[in-house]
Design a protein around this ligand. Structure first.
Ligand code: NAP
Ligand code: MG
Length: 403
């Protein structure tokens, strides 16, 4: 078989630990034999971020902006322990945070659904897509350890002379302090992305914040969504028979658990971070959650929602064979290749992505799966836990039958 040719390079961002191992396996086993891969490669491993003083992350993000489509492996966001482990000169910022801020996009996360993985929440029948605002708030906050007694103030100095200054806290001892921000322009882009995605996928859109407590900050999010909905999307939503629905975050959490699924749940940056892990775990496994960052100017960055699967990596280093689940990482590649194919008019590439996903599904439905999924299958379903390498072989066999 002749390999599929690509036109525009795909921006490839390699990562860390277990997912870096899986990344190579995906390319070697499932992609390179069939596609003449044209990638612009960026090594976002923590070692290379350290060596380049994090320049590589910025270069990768700008390349994603230039070419339109990127695919990213999971990367370590260093904390204190990682600084020691990797002997870092600085606690480099989250690469995802950096990329999101450069692309100013919205992250949509949806579970890979199958008939034989039963969600922990019994009422869930359809997928729930989490739309996470991927800009600002706590991810771009300025924070301090307050050493002791003193006053913290919030100050704004407007270009046209308007200003305000208010005491945040009169400290009677040590404590902590944080300043967060967001911008109307970014919230508007977020709202547009959510409404468009809802129309595209014909699903209701829910949005929730804590506007009763945060009467300026969260309230602004609520009002902007309302305005944009009424001005641009109300008619189209009504025509499509879908609904926009705002509620308080606590109420939303309760309703989501009682729902059947089948909607998009838009959330602020931190809420989306946390809730996507809850939703993906309840749907089965973090390893079955896909993630795509969509920017207002039409750039896409595909990745898995999970991290670098550190515990598995340490076992791998001790000589254990990998047992991690590569599904979400494979879907990151199929998502990116399909999008690249659509944008460049390469039907073969689109079809390859479809076939690779179908081969994954055939493999799972034949009962061959990684350990994390076996316990999630219903009574009577015959499932066999295999090592990652056997899982890849089975997928490849099924893929080859369809090519
Ligand atoms: P994680 O890598 O998502 O792993 C958490 C646990 O979920 C694993 O220990 C494993 O459970 C299970 N799991 C996740 N993905 C799996 C897979 N593909 N196959 C099988 N099991 C899977 O999260 P973490 O341990 O909190 O974070 C590890 C590192 O990843 C951190 O350094 C963090 O900074 C980074 N991170 C990166 C991203 C990103 O780049 N997008 C996102 C989140 C975290 P068991 O051990 O019980 O099997
Ligand atoms: Mg998270």
């Amino acid at each position: 078989m002749e390999k599929i040719k690509m036109i525009t390079p795909l921006v490839e961002m390699d990562g860390d630990e277990m997912t870096r191992i899986l990344w190579k396996m995906i390319k070697d086993e499932l992609l390179s034999p069939f596609i003449d891969l044209k990638c612009e490669y960026y090594d976002l491993s923590l070692q290379n971020r350290e060596a380049t003083k994090d320049k590589v992350t910025y270069d990768a993000a700008y390349a994603n902006k230039k070419y339109g489509v990127g695919v990213k492996c999971a990367t370590i966001t260093p904390n204190k322990q990682r600084v020691e482990e990797y002997n870092l000169t600085e606690m480099w910022k989250s690469p995802n945070g950096t990329i999101r801020n450069i692309l100013n996009g919205t992250v949509f996360r949806a579970p890979i659904m199958t008939d034989f993985i039963i969600p922990s929440v019994r009422s869930w029948k359809k997928s729930i897509t989490i739309a996470r605002h991927a800009y600002g708030d706590v991810y771009k906050a300025t924070e301090f350890r307050v050493p002791g007694k003193g006053v913290a103030k919030l100050v704004f100095e407007g270009e046209n002379g308007e200003s305000f200054c208010e005491t945040i806290c009169d400290y009677d001892g040590a404590g902590v302090l944080q300043g967060q921000f967001n911008k109307d322009s970014s919230i508007k882009d977020f709202a547009h992305a959510c409404f468009k995605f809802a129309l595209d996928t014909k699903q209701d859109l829910w949005f929730s914040t804590k506007d009763t407590i945060s009467k300026q900050y969260d309230q602004t999010f609520k009002l902007i969504f309302e305005e944009i909905y009424n001005e641009f999307y109300k008619e189209a939503f009504e025509a499509a028979g879908i609904e926009y629905f705002y509620t308080l975050i606590d109420d939303a959490v309760a309703r989501v658990i009682r729902s059947e699924g089948g909607f998009i749940w838009a959330l602020k940056n931190y809420d989306g971070d946390v809730m996507s892990d809850m939703v993906s775990t309840a749907f089965g496994s973090l390893a079955m959650m896909t993630s795509v960052l969509v920017s207002p100017d039409g750039c896409f960055e595909y990745e898995a929602a999970h991290g670098t699967v550190t515990r598995h990596y340490y076992r791998y280093l001790k000589g254990e064979e990998p047992t991690a689940n590569p599904m979400a990482l494979i879907y990151a590649w199929t998502g990116a290749l399909r999008k690249r194919g659509e944008l460049d008019g390469i039907a073969e590439l689109v079809s390859f992505a479809d076939k690779l996903e179908a081969a994954c599904m055939t493999t799972l439905s034949s009962g061959i799966m990684t350990k994390d999924l076996v316990n999630l299958t219903p009574d009577g379903f015959e499932a066999k836990a295999v090592k990652t390498s056997e899982f890849f072989s089975a997928i490849r066999e099924n893929l080859e039958k369809t090519l």
